[in-house]
Design a protein around this ligand. Sequence first.
Ligand code: C2E
Ligand code: MG
Ligand code: MG
Length: 710
Amino acid sequence: MTHADHEAFAGRWAEAIIGTSYVSMGRRVLTRHLVGLTHQLVDAALAVEFDPTVGHQVGVDMVAAHFTGIETLRETLALIAEELPGVLGSGLPGVEVAGRVAQLVGSMAAGYAGALRERSLDEQDAIYRAGLRARRQAEQALAASEAKFRAMFTGAAIGIGIGDLDGNITDANPAMLEMFGYTVEELIKLNVRAIAVHPDDPPSVWEAHEELIRGERDHLRLEKPFFRSDGDEIWTHVTVSLVRDEAGEPAYQVAMLEDISERRRLQAKLQYQAYHDPLTALANRQMVTERLERIFAGSESQRRVGLCFLDLDGFKVVNDSLGHDVGDQLLITVASRLTGCCGPGQLVARMGGDEFVIIVEDTAGEADMAALADEVLSALAEPVQVGRHELTVRTSIGVVERPVADTNPADLIQAADITMYQAKADGRARYAMFDQNRSDSEVASFTLSATMLAAVDRGEFFVVYQPLVDLVEGALRGVEALVRWRHPTLGVLGPERFIGLAEESGAIVQLGHWVLARACEQARVWRNAFGDAAPLVSVNLAPRQLHEPSLVADVTKVLADNELEPSCLQLELTEQSLMGDDPGPLTVLTKLHGMGVRIALDDFGDGYWNLPDLRRLPLRELKLAGSFAAGLQSPCDTVDQRIVRALVDLAHALDLTVTAEGVETLAQCERFQALGCDTGQGAWFGLPSAPEHIDALLRGANPLFDREAL
Ligand code: C2E
Ligand code: MG
Ligand code: MG
C-alpha cells in the first residue's frame, strides 16, 4: 500500500466529514491531518504486534482536533470500517486485517467517546470557573463602588439626603446634618416636606417635585431657603434627582444641597453698596435711575410722577472753610431731615456732592410737590449743630410734576435740574416749579451759546452798517457796525439774542474781534472807493473785551493790516465796562485814545450814569441813549429837552462830540439839531443795512439829510 493510497483514503475521509463539525481547518490542512491519522491506523493494522489502543489514541486526537460532532464520528467509523480493509489489502500473512480494523474502529469509538466526555466536562468546568470568577469580580466591584459612594457621601462638603418616594428621609450625610442642625436619628424620623417647605417657595417648586416623584422628570435644580432646626434660615442650591430601579420605575430620591447663605449675604451687601450712598445711607444715583425706569416701565398711562432736585446753597463754603468732616456731618443731617419729610412711595437719594433728589410716585398734581418742597425748605431752615458750629442750611429746589406718559426718566431729571438753577437764579433758598416756556428759552439760549464759536468759523455772522449823520451839514460822517447771525434754522438773529450769551460764555472775545476785523476791512474798501469821503467806522466793544490783555495789540494790527489811520476807527463802550475796581480797562482806553482811536461812550443815560466820569475818561464822543429821543417827541420845553441841552453843553465843554441815538422822526431830528447835537443816528437817517447801501449813500444817490428841508 502506497503513500498515494493513504492520501487518497484521507481525501475521501475528509470529503466524508467536512462540514460535520465546526473545525477551523481548510480542506487541504484537514486532508493532511487525516493522512497522519491514516498512517497511524494503517501502521497499527499491519503491525507485527497489533496494538488496538492506537485506535483509541486516534479517537482522542480527533476530539483534540475539534472533530466533536456526532456525525463526524459516524462518517469516520463507517468509512474506516468499510474502506480501510480494502485499502490495506491482504496485509501480512496470518494477519486478519478486517478483524484488526474492526478492533481499531471499536477502540477509536471508545477513545473518541471518552475524549468527548472529558472535553465537555472540561468545558463545563471552565464555564463554572469563569462564572465563579465573574461573580467574585462583580461582588468586589460592587463593594468597591459602595465603599467609594460611602466615602463620598460621608466626606462630601455638600449635604446629601436620600428619601423614598413618600418623602421619608432614609439617610443623610454629615454635611446635611450640620447644615440643618439635626442628628441622623432625628432627621430620618422626618418627612422631606417637614424640613423643606418654606413659606417663600413659589408653588411651582413643589409642583416640579411632584413631577419628579411621578417619574415625569429626572432632576430638579433650584435655589431656595430652608429653616434649620434652630429656626435660622439658610439658603441653598438644591439638586433633587430621581433614582429608578432596573425596570426604570421611580425608586427613591436623592437631594444634594449646597449652602449658599454666605454667598447670598455677600451679594446682598454688594447690592446694597451698589444702590446706596456710603456717607448718608440714602439711595444713590443708580437707585434713582432704576426706580425711575421701573416707574416709567409701567403701562398705566394715567400715572403721574414728581421729582425734587435739591442743591444746597453755599455748601462749598462750608466745606472749604470748616473742613470736609463738618461738611460730611451737615450732609448726614440734611439726609435725615429729608428722609423725615418723606413717606411711602417717596424715595430720597443723594446724587453726589450736595445734590439730593426726591422721587414721588403717583402724585395728584403740582400742588402735591409744592407742599413737599415747602416742607423740605422748612425742615432744612432749622440751623444744624455740627460740633461747635451752628450752621444755617439753605437749599434751592427744582420741582417737576407731570404724567409719566409725557416724559422719560432722563428728561424728568434734566427738567428738575434746570429748574433748580432757576431757583438759584431767582435768589436761592426757594423752590421753583418747572415752567416750559422758561425752560425752552433757556435751552435755546444754551444751544445758541454752545454753537456760537463754530458758527463764527462757518461764516454765519455778518455785519450791517447804520449811518451816523452830521446834523449841521447833513453829510454821512460815519457808520456803526452792528453784528447779525444768519442762523441756519432760526433765521437772522439780532444782537439782543446772542451778545449777552457771548458775554457770559466768553465767546464775545472772538466774535468781537471778528466784527472789528470785518468792519476795518469794509472801511478799507470805502477808503479805496471814496478816499477822505469814506465814513468813520464805529465798532461796539463789550465789557469783557476791555479786559483782554491783547486788545490794544489786536486793534493796532487790524488797523495796520488794512492800512487805516486810527482816526478812521471809533470804539463804542458803555459805562458798564468801566465799573469795578480793575484799572485795566481805563489803561487800555487811554492807550487806544493816545493812538488816535476815537472812544465813544454808548447809550449814555440808560440806567446808571456818572457825570464826573466823563471828565476822567479818555473820550471823544458821547452817544445819548435812544430814551432821550423818545422824550423829545413832544414839542414843548420838556425836562428831557433841558437835560439833553445840559448834557450837550457839558460834553462840548469837555471837548466831546454828541450823537443822538434812536432818531426816528423829523421832529426828533430837528430838536436834537436845535439842542446842539452834532450827529444823529436812527431810522430817520437809515436803519442798519448792507455795506452796498452805504456805497449808494456815499455816491450821493440818496441824500440822507437835506438841511434845507428842516
Ligand atoms: P447800540 O450800540 O446802541 O446800537 C444801536 C441799536 O439801536 C442797534 O440795535 C440799532 O439797530 C438800533 N436802532 C437803530 N435805529 C433805531 C431807531 O430809530 N430806533 C430804535 N429804537 N433803535 C434803533 P441792534 O443792532 O439790535 O444792536 C443792539 C445792541 O447790540 C447795540 O446797541 C450794541 O450794544 C449791541 N451790539 C450790536 N453789535 C455789536 C457788536 O458787534 N459787538 C458788541 N459788543 N455789541 C454789539
Ligand atoms: Mg453802539
Ligand atoms: Mg447805542
